[in-house]
Ligand binder design. Structure first.
Ligand SMILES: [Zn+2]
Length: 119
């Protein structure tokens, strides 16, 4: 499996993981995803498989509703590199726009009806 490297915009948060070749993405219509507009990974990454390096204080977390999902963002540049899902608590979906070598305008996507499960 290829190794992927990613970062927020300012570089305070860096991360890497291995995954199958990325050929599609996922968009979600829940209240937070539609505001972010990010193209997410269709796969999830186990916590033990995602190596995160962040300068102290950079990695911030936003929660709402049931607080099962953890929406992580950089406190310096505001970019949202990954979140931990409701579907598979603790597991991450990755913001494909934060990955090196991925042009998200070329990646087809499916839509997840997250609005339907929002609490
Ligand atoms: Zn940043």
């Amino acid at each position: 499996m290829p190794a992927y490297q990613g970062s927020c915009h300012c570089g305070a948060i860096k991360f890497q993981f291995e995954a199958p070749v990325i050929e599609s993405g996922l968009r979600c219509n829940c209240s937070i995803c539609q505001r972010k507009g990010a193209l997410m990974s269709a796969f999830t990454v186990a916590p033990s498989e995602l190596a995160i390096t962040a300068t102290p204080g950079a990695l911030s977390t936003y929660e709402f509703g049931s607080c099962v999902a953890k929406h992580h963002f950089c406190s310096k540049c505001g970019i949202y590199p990954f979140h931990q899902t409701v579907k598979k608590p603790g597991h991450y979906r990755i913001n494909l726009g934060c990955l090196e070598g991925i042009d998200t305008s070329l990646v087809p996507f499916e839509v997840f009806n997250g609005a339907a499960i929002e609490v």
